[in-house]
Design a protein around this ligand. Sequence first.
Ligand code: NAP
Length: 525
Amino acid sequence: MICIPITADTNKEALRDIERSCPIADFIELRMDLIANGKLEELIAAARSCSGRIRIIVTKRKKAEAAPAGKSLNTKAGTTDTTGQKVSLLKQAVELGADYIDIELTEGKESIEELRAACAARGDKTKVIVSYHNIKATPSLAKLKNIFQQAVAAKADVVKIVTLAQNAEDNLKVLSLIPYAQKYSIAIIALCMGDEGRISRAVAPFLGGFLSFATLEQGTQSAPGQLTVQEMKQINKLVRGEPLPRKSPVFSPAEKRPQNYVLLGNPVRQSFSPLMHNAALEEMGIEGRYTAFCVHDIGAVIRGLRGMDIRGAGVTIPYKIAVMEYLDDINDDALKIGAVNTIINNNGRLTGFNTDWLGLLLTLQEAMTIKDKTFVILGAGGTARAAVYGILQEGGIPIIANRTPEKGRILTGKLNCEFHSLNDIGKIKADCLINTTPVGMYPHNDKSPVVAKDLKGYKYVMDVIYNPLKTKILLDAEAQGCVVFPGLDMFVHQAAEQIRLWTGREPNRALMKKTVLERLAKIGC
Ligand code: NAP
């Protein structure tokens, strides 16, 4: 299992890193000694909102046990807090529902007992990691075993022993603690820091180590010698004998094999995507089909995809975030948005992209410039994130308005933009309103997330819903004299960008739009 340490300098940057880490890691470790003025409540809530399966470790490493961290491994790591201050922070973590708290063995038996009692008072939902870090050397095996026994005596749920490797043999000493701990049925994190210790980070998971730490990207190490998540995943594949991904994620258009694609979601029956994609693929003379599959286990489907001659996949509700952990690479835009709607399969190597934000931008840019304009975005889900990302890329000013204030505030906290309640929609001074909620979608055509009179102050109104073609909010906006953007244009553009990624060629967007319009007319929408 992989744990990404969150080592950002500020609360805002930490929120951003949490959003990028949760979809691809099993654990995150909140290093509260590194995140200046870190707001634990906000950080834990952000991680929970990103992923229901992420496990959260909270720690505040003491100076004597904190290795150099950050970009050039020169960030001042480690807290000078007293033991009492640390215990009170870790108790707060227990109250907030962290899965693990990490306390150094050297903080003393009494502190550990106090924390154990705090966990017990809340039903032992939070487990205690008792840790030992030696940032200067690796002690003898006898001493390491003694440290392990002391941690066990302190009733650790997990023992963590990390030392600096000065030579290759040091790795053997520390790794041998894993089978040693297994004899006592105690979970252990045992690995070495430093360049000489890299090998232990790669090997520990195969020996049965509880977890191994890996960084989101180069320059965010919480200790020397850490590998990136992608490097760890590649090593795992190599050792397990799975084929290593190839370098280029783009297919050669010259290849003559049929080019089949799939849509993965649940439900998918209502989707117009296969109809639209197939019309484009056929016109491009591409032999192959785009087929929708209703998916119950996204992990199993993605494993299957690697072995099949499927060139790419579209991903829709509810898997845009969940799919990320199964991919080999994630393009930077998708990583920053925190959602993937497109996968390229290059002979088993899967790369994730996001084209929703491009679809939205291209739609807006057909009738307005984005720079310096203010946009009120209704909703705080995946599409809202894509909208905020795209608008910021183009120099616009996004404002979030959402039904659930906590979810909206988490998003605005990360992106440093304003939050408003839905009741303020009529009072905010902004150029454009974008609905990213599903309110008004077929068959609820008579519903709108905004009362008609509140639309008066907006010059532009966009809806991301494409069925019906003109939702109630757009009809109301037209009646108030606003310029409106139906979701169909975004739908076409995001799909066309998918086809460009898969084939390297430009599809006929007008044909794609016509195909959907004809179907909508046929069903009377
Ligand atoms: P999501 O992650 O589930 O987010 C939905 C958001 O809508 C949440 O913030 C939710 O608020 C809000 N919401 C839901 N019901 C509401 C209600 N009755 N009143 C007020 N707010 C409500 O969904 P998503 O992935 O962003 O998708 C949203 C819509 O975009 C869907 O209709 C989808 O089909 C459409 N979409 C269109 C395109 C396109 O190409 N045109 C592309 C992608 C998505 P809370 O936070 O309070 O729960």
